[in-house]
Structure formats: C-alpha cells, structure tokens
Design a protein around this ligand. Sequence first.
Ligand code: ADP
Length: 272
Amino acid sequence: MGIIVQGLSHVYMAGTPFEKKALIDVDLTVEAGSFVAILGSTGSGKSTLIQHIAGLLRPTTGSLRVFDTTVDSNTKKLAPLRRHVGVAFQYPEHQLFEETVAKDIAYGPSNQGIVGEELAARVRQGMEWVGLTETFAERSPFHLSGGQMRRVAIAGVLAMEPEVLVLDEPTAGLDPKGQRELLEKIYKLHQERSMTVILVSHSMAEAARYADVIHVMHEGRRVLSGSPVEVFSQREKLVQWGLELPPAAMLGAFLRQRLGSSVPQDLLTVEA
Ligand code: ADP
C-alpha cells in the first residue's frame, strides 16, 4: 500500500498559447508510514504533484494510486482520494475563517460527519498534536501570532485523521524556533502514529533532518530519489537544479543526528 505514481504528466492550459507541461512522466512511490520530502526549486512541479496526490487535479496522462484508490485521466470523481489525504497548503492560516480556534479546527471533521463528543475530542487532540494548550480553544484565530495561526490550520487538517499528511512549505515565514517546533511535533506524530508524511520544501536542511526518502523535482521531472545521504552526495547536481545546499557543517550535524557516525566523510567536506 502507500502511494504509487506512474507515468504522471500534467499540462496546464493545454491547447492555448499558455500551455505548460508542469509534470512530465513522473514515477514515484511513497511507502505507507514513511516520511518523504519532495525538494525542488520554484516552478519544478512540486505543488502540481501534491495536488494530484490530494485529489485536486486530474492527471493529463498516467495514474496514481493512494492506498486503495486509483485515479487516471478518465476518473470522473477525485473525491475518494481526498478521504486518505490531508493537505496544508502554503500559508494555510490564510484559510482560517471561524470565530474561535476550536470551531476552525472542527470544520474539517464536522464535514466528515463527525459530531458531538467525538468532534470535541478530535479538536482537543488536534490542538495537542500541534502543541496548542486548551486556553486557545475559545480565542479568535485572528488575534494569534503567525506561528500560532499556522498551528491552528495544521491542527484542522490533523483533526480529520488523514492517513497521509501533505505539508507544502509548512515552515515558510516562521522564525527558526517556530520552524523547528512545528516540524518536531509533526515528526513525533509521524513516529507515534505511523502517519505517512509528505513534506514539500525547498529546504535541504529540513529534508536532511526528517525525511527517510527524498525525491528531487526539476522542470517537471523527478530527477533524483534516495535516502538523505544518497541525495546529498550529489552536490553538484543539486546546485545545478537550483537548490541551496546548507553549509556542510549544518548538513553534517543533521545527518549525524539521524544516522550516527555512518555519515560518509566526503559529504561533510567544506567546500572553498
Ligand atoms: P512548484 O510548486 O515547484 O513551485 P508548480 O507545480 O507550482 O511548481 O509549477 C510548475 C509549473 O507549472 C510552473 O512553471 C508554473 O508556472 C506552472 N503552473 C502552476 N500552476 C499553474 C496554473 N494553474 N496554470 C498554469 N500554469 C501553472
């Protein structure tokens, strides 16, 4: 099980002068229960890919299977895919709209038909998972800090208990402490509940710290996949694809934290 993307291509505005091939023949697999990072510079196709996984775009050609649901260009209804996948798009706090934090978090699960005490429990659980204390429940989401609003938005996705959590640049705009705290919470949840996580990022540091597998996108194609060590051994290519490498010392610290002393020395060599 898990996610299998096969020969997936997507063309925006086909047949117009603005036609854009955003995904070209992408194959990739995400094992159930794994933490996967999708890296790539702006415009490489990351958002288009996750919108397919989230059941928001129909493939132009190719197919994808998410757990027991398969879609291709002929699939009429994409909604069954959405049962499996929760997505927090970039700056998800822009979509907060209820008058209290609790109501906002309840919105998703209540649309799934959850009511009463179970709904209240989902809200409490969602808040706990992102590290919001109960005192936030009756506050207006619009009077919180940026980092707190981001947590409310992600709690709303988690409260739906998706099998797959997709996070599109979840730390964008947060300060370093907020970035670390948020991802540590998500990582813990992934470990405790075997939740499949797909982290879309342009930060190689985040990928090195959390991902089991990294897929790199460039100009609509999946150009490299592997463990953090395998991917980061391809420094020259990563730079060529427009990715910013973290300083070697920082990368080394992340990888050592994950892998102990088995990090190859040449990965850690500081370049002139
Ligand atoms: P990323 O998430 O890596 O920045 P995207 O998937 O957003 O990349 O974009 C891939 C390519 O598709 C880019 O060239 C982008 O301009 C184009 N694109 C994205 N969304 C649309 C759209 N709705 N209509 C037309 N072109 C789009």
